[in-house]
Design a protein around this ligand. Sequence first.
Ligand code: GLY
Length: 373
Amino acid sequence: MAKANANLWADDIWRRIISKVERMNMLIGASFPYVSYDGKYNREEADWWTNGFWPGLLWLVYRETRDDSLMETASTIEAMMDPVLTDFYPLHHDVGFMWNLSSVARYKLMGDEVSKRRAMTAASHLAGRFNLKGQFIRAWNQPERVGWAIIDCMMNLPLLHWASEQSGDPRFRHIAVAHADTALREFIRPDGSAHHIVCFDPETGERVEALGGQGYSPDSAWARGTAWALYGMALSARYSRDYRYIDAAQRSAQFFLAHVPEDGLPPWDFLAPWEEGMAMDSSAAACAASGLLELSLLLPESESDYYRQSAENLLRRLNDRYTAWDNTAEEAILTMGTANRPKMTHVNVPMIYGDYFFAEAIGKLRGMRDTFW
Ligand code: GLY
């Protein structure tokens, strides 16, 4: 009975997502939206890390509706990122976010060889960022950050697994597994919370220190970082079936669920002191919900129901208070995301990855199993 109700509810939300995304397609079109102010999404440059989320959202809907205009917009956006792939210098570790949700998605749905080549190129770049001594994938490009790795990168590893599957060459997978093992050892704490940044000596590979990064402090619990750990470990487990990753995903899930407030909207950092006008982050909840659903597929039924139900509860609470269905002046789906509280950039605003993960999680609740990761 509960499951039948859940499906009806998710079906209803999915119908809303379809009409919203069709409207977004008319308003946003082939461009790189990131955060929304006064109801309008801004536009980023072609190398920005979030640029896969809008085509990913279009593909999620296209695969059910087969509305060609969505397919055309997503394909155009993907081609607009080509200069970044060939320029090399602007590329960073987030090529998984960018090309999984654009090129891998298009290849899975359309079988287009151009998209496959783009995704293989991005995977080769990601593999090239691997530091052999430290067994981690380097994050950003600044010279003083040669030895930095971040928890977010767990979400880029599916691109490497996909590249190994496509090419029959296990090297990509070896790198993904090595990085995940480093994250397991150096980032994720026994209670399931995670450091955002860990710095290594790039020559010796020795761990130097952890940094707070987008979290409150090195020892706090950045909410989106917890979601990256949960979902990223679940994805690594899906590819490798390694129980250690399932265990880590479960610990991060428990931490997230134990700390998320009653209304489903996490503070930007679970351990930051509460303050007036606190920065909140709906994207962390949407990503965690999709991660919980991924995790539920890896477990026996006796355990999976709990994670599935927790994800649905989270999505229902987000939907009740932090969606903009009734606000026709708002382009976004989800309100109240925070990009970077320590830098005070984009606080309590809609963000395109919140929209993407919300739609992906609703799709999973309706039975979608094959995602673009
Ligand atoms: N990957 C950057 C962020 O989560 O804000």
